[in-house]
Design a protein. Structure first.
Length: 251
């Protein structure tokens, strides 16, 4: 059995999660004068559109995005996906602005920078010596980033410039889970939402990301006091599966 100390040490702590409104505010606040600024803004829009992990984002190519179908092919042969898993992600319903930003960025890459389908979707920053012998960012290379550290840094700068606390790229997946909890009306819908994040099952989404915020917890508990229609067979099956896994996990 777990000791009290072990339970305290292993307890899940609440972590801050950005709202969609906050993310849209940051996107509206980001400058778009230089190639680098355009890339940074498109990268953040892409992250909330797809929930892609930052390591995967470093390796996407232009050809992996299908604007017609609103999808991204996370091909493990070329994309650094978790557990080398290949799957399709469709753009999450997070408003028109992120789609618009990504669409404009793809057009800019192809027509202005003359990138090909096999070139990076979010190319690495070009750094060169200036006249005063200091290294400075001066454009984009047709190369992928080696790590996700530059992505996290640009997120940090963007949130600070918008007057908000920093939310890292991975936390956008938590944001999407909370949006899904509000929008999905059936186990099948939440299953599709979960698969879109690259999860094999709904339980992965619920246990890894699905903590209910305090305000929502209060709403749901109060609602349980009101008469409700009989639970559907599908929801009953999903609930029983969740309960079984919870019991096994805590025994």
């Amino acid at each position: 059995m777990l000791t009290n100390t072990a339970r305290i040490a292993g307890a899940k702590r609440k972590k801050p999660v950005a709202t969609l409104e906050q993310i849209i505010h940051v996107l509206n606040n980001m400058p778009t004068t230089t190639d680098i600024e355009k890339r940074n803004r498109a990268l953040m829009a892409f992250t909330i559109l797809t929930g892609a992990r930052d390591t995967a984002i470093t390796s996407f190519k232009i050809k992996h995005v299908d604007l017609v179908n609103g999808s991204v092919f996370q091909d493990a042969r070329e994309v650094k996906t978790k557990f080398s898993k290949t799957f399709m992600t469709y753009f999450f319903p997070v408003g028109e602005l992120p789609v618009q930003i990504l669409t404009e960025w793809l057009a800019y890459l192809k027509t202005e920078l003359l990138f090909s389908h096999d070139d990076p979707l979010f190319p690495k920053t070009k750094v060169a010596n200036t006249k005063d012998k200091k290294f400075s960012a001066c454009g984009l290379l047709k190369d992928h980033w080696a790590t996700a550290n530059p992505i996290r840094e640009l997120f940090k700068r963007a949130f600070k410039a918008a007057g908000l606390q920093y939310f890292n790229p991975h936390s956008f997946r938590d944001t999407l889970v909370r949006i899904g909890e509000q929008l999905c009306q059936s186990p099948e819908e939440f299953k599709a939402w979960s698969q879109n994040l690259g999860h094999a099952g709904v339980l992965t989404t619920l246990y890894s990301y699905g903590d209910v915020p305090d305000y929502r917890q209060a709403e749901l508990i109060k609602k349980l006091n009101q008469p409700r229609p009989e639970q559907s067979p599908e929801m009953q099956i999903a609930f029983e599966a969740m309960l079984k896994q919870f019991v096994n996990k805590n025994n």
